[in-house]
Structures are given as structure tokens and as C-alpha cells.
Design a protein. Structure first.
Length: 102
């Protein structure tokens, strides 16, 4: 009796051979099995090959300030120097805003 209970799920599976005639025939012949060497080489290649998508690059952060020489109109220079020390930082901030970098 216990033996029949074990076979019960198997008996409930429909007969696959009766529906085999309805399936389309294979267009391509089955592939040959790979040898152990070919399987190992394929696994090694998959494990050691580089990904095709490069990692997205982060936006570069300004590394520091660069010493440059710029010719400015006298009235522009006086405008930024009116408030005293830090006039070069104020010019830099104005240029960043004008260039839409902030």
C-alpha cells in the first residue's frame, strides 16, 4: 500500500508520448557534448574575461587652483577689490556662476 502512495504523483503526470506528435520537429540538430577539457576551458574563459561595460566614471573634482594671468578691465577689478581680501575668490565664484559650473 505504501508503494502505491509513492507512485501516485507519477501516475498523475499526463502521458508525454501522446502529445509528442503535436510538437514541431527540431530545425537544428542537437549540439555535440563538450569534452571535459572544452568545458573547463569555457568555464575558465567565463571566469577570467573582462566585462564589456566599463564602469561609469565619476565627475572629476577640481584638484586645486591654478595660477594664471588674466587681463581684466580696471573697473571690473576695482569692483571685486572693494570688499577687501578674498577678491580673487569672488572673481572665481562669479566665473563659475557665469560658466554654469555650480
Amino acid at each position: 500500500m505504501a508503494y502505491n502512495k509513492l507512485l501516485w504523483p507519477i501516475r498523475s503526470v499526463p502521458n508525454l508520448h501522446s502529445s509528442a506528435a503535436k510538437l514541431p520537429k527540431m530545425v537544428h540538430p542537437p549540439r555535440r557534448r563538450l569534452s571535459a577539457t572544452e568545458t573547463a576551458e569555457a568555464a575558465f574563459k567565463a571566469a577570467t574575461s573582462k566585462t564589456t561595460d566599463p564602469a561609469p566614471k565619476a565627475k572629476p573634482v577640481p584638484a586645486g587652483k591654478e595660477l594664471v594671468s588674466v587681463r581684466l578691465d580696471r573697473d571690473v577689478l576695482e569692483h571685486f577689490q572693494e570688499d577687501g581680501a578674498g577678491w580673487q575668490d569672488r572673481i572665481n565664484a562669479a566665473l563659475r556662476t557665469a560658466a554654469r559650473l555650480d
